[in-house]
Design a protein around this ligand. Sequence first.
Ligand code: NBG
Length: 884
Amino acid sequence: MDRSPSTTIPLNTAKATTPGMHDANVPVAQPTSLKRVVSGAALKELLASGTSTQSKTPSKIDNVFQNYSHSEISRDAATIKNSVVMHLTATFLRTPANMDSGDAYLASAFSVRDRLLQRWNMTNEYHDRVNAKRVYYMSLEFLIGRTFDNALLALELRNEYSKVLGDVGFCLEDIIDEERDAALGNGGLGRLAACYVDSMACSDYPGWGYGLRYKYGMFQQQIINGYQVEAPDCWLDSPNPWEFPRPDVTYPVKFYGHLVRVPDSKHRFTWESNVVYDAMAFDVPVPGYGTNNVGNIRLWSCKTNSLFDLNKFNAGDYAGATGGQVAAQILTDVLYPNDNTNEGKELRLRQEYLFCSATLQDIVARFKKTGKPLSELPDLAAIQLNDTHPTLGIPELMRILLDDEALTWDEAWSIVTRTFAFTNHTILPEAMEKWPVPMMDKILPRHMGIIYDINLYFLQSVEEKFPGDRDLLRRISIIEESNPQQVRMAFLACVGSHKVNGVAAIHSDIIKQSIFNDFVTVQGEDKFINKTNGVSPRRWMNGCNPDMSALITEVVGDRTWINDLTKIKKLEDHVADDDFRTRWSAAKQKNKQRLADYILSTTGIKISADALFDVQVKRIHEYKRQLMNIFSVIYRYHCLKQMTPTERAKEVSRVVIFAGKAAAGYWVAKQVIKLINSVAEVINADAEIGDVLKVVFIPDYSVTAAEYLIPASDISQHISTAGTEASGTSNMKFVLNGGIILGTVDGANIEIGEEIGEEQIFFFGCLAHEVGDFRHYLRFHQPKPDEALQTAFDLIQNNTFGDGAIFQPLIDSVLRGGDVYLLSVDFPSYIQAHKAVEDAYRNQEEWVTKSILSVARMAKFSSDRSIQEYAEEVWNIEPVRVTN
Ligand code: NBG
């Protein structure tokens, strides 16, 4: 595919005002010991004392500096080759005789990042100069995946690097494969955050992500004897070209201690503690496609050097000497591997606070550089809370404004509520974050006090509107009156935000009727809105599906569709064009072959690319019902075994592909993985079945694996019990890549169906409003599996797939556990839907039509659309074209 640049993006030629990596922040002096308190006042003193590295700004900036900063590095092959060789030799100490593809990757990545850096500096400098309002997307997860290829595509330099690397004997694809995924997230929530910062960059919004730099990302999943085994993801073992350590951007974060009221003040306290950790920034560039705008994800890491206790070391207490370092480092060591569950661990609370405190200090510091009064903070900053994990940002901003800045409660609260907005991503009760009051009081005494006050004033306002409704007060209180009392983080987020949104239409309706029902009554309906999720067309089409992208570019006439997905509508004009259809199918077929090769290399299983590829890849969770899928595979196997060879030969060959991780402590989900692998082993070894049915579990699902899987599916399954999947985003990616959905009437499946037309999607199962009644019935009545489901149970219990006893708990979750996720209810219609899929697939002509029409109608699901809606309705920010 031709990826030569269609346009060259001119860089500006204006004078630089600040040299080097530009950042708008006021840096903080480095700590000298753990035992110290840095109050807001002390901080101010430190700043005033001129410890800032920016105070070393040279008085003269010569031409070389200006030229380097403001004219784009030449794109010709010789310059690229020079810079790669320079990094190979000077940055990595390699010679041509002493290098491998890993070195070639690092050198190429550093050479690409040099270019990115120019734009990045320019972006930050420009945004500061024009006092642009910025949006800050606070998320404890960013599931970024790889950056190198994405950066090459954004800079439109893929062909150039491919050629230069080819000249020195490397293949770009192999080099791309050397990069490790940045897996700082569990699943959809973290990937959404990554798509959103990408969209902000591409749509010229001044947007930053804020998160944590986990030393160990999402665990690596190995499959041993069919079971999931977790291994640490040491993704930072080799140099990471995509992060910039910023030791000059470091903030102290306090824990524990006690409070002293400032004399004569009602709401102002001094928080005294000698447990203070330092959060240091690492910046990750987010290149925008087709623009100079480069976004930033600022990730915090706990700094430990200063916590080394030399006195203890000298006294021979080596463990004691490093004890402080260990305690600090652990805060940013690991990503909690939860997905739609709440861990409720003390370490997690401290992790959340470290994140929120560093982020809010940073945002306030940046704002204060403008010299404007803090009452104007909401005019220059919008903060989005990605689920409840960053909710402590609300009391933290209150603390800064009350204690450090001496604002009154009303002034501070007005600023907070105009700045924050909150996105809810789930209604699963087990995922609702709550923190025991005693724990919060011990670790964050100041914040507990602030939360009590927020709650008091809020409940007073409720009482005023609905006098005497004690039950309402009990229901709506931020503090749950349980034993011990709990802080309900979703309620705190809601009270402190001016807008609350769900992530798909059905989900936004459900939250208004359930968890925020009382808030709608008290605070009015306008506060509660919907923002349907979206996905980045850069990564989820242009990056992962080059052949289909080339076809789209041809139809649209240029590449503008990459930043304006409404243009893919034009595909509809070609749905009857034979030549186009043939090339469309060929693109899909090539993607299927690529996946078949990937599966062979990762699992050793050989599959035919001519079979129907039926894919379910996502976190393993009971509500997502991988169990129902594998039960249906067992039933299919049974049916095939009953057939004569001639009958079997007439069946549609199918490869059923699973991938996904189960939370380490989620036993049932892990048993589901074991069942899938046990079934796969038996079926794949059955010579009688051959290619008619194959089952594959791809280990260690990741963003990169998804980039192989998604373009290759014929059918993908999104089969959550209605009302449980808030949105889903992989459903959007699959359809955008020409796959068809087999799904329930849930989450974004519904809106996808509305956009592409119901003929293009296979729906089945009960509806969200019926679920309550079914669950109620099943609490008191034994579920009645239909014949098909019963057959699957029988086969398992007859030890067809190894010792059936180990899977009995899974069967019992349906038969004896109240069948919470309604497998027995939906199974008959699920099997019927599978039949319908097969019939449709036999008619390849119609199938291709469905595929083309679906893609053509997917514009709504670009994350650019979501971000534009947030910008207009929630953040009140404008695009800023970075020019000079
Ligand atoms: C997940 C939902 C998905 C949704 C993503 C992104 C959490 C808590 N929620 O349905 O389960 O697509 O968020 O919004 O991870």
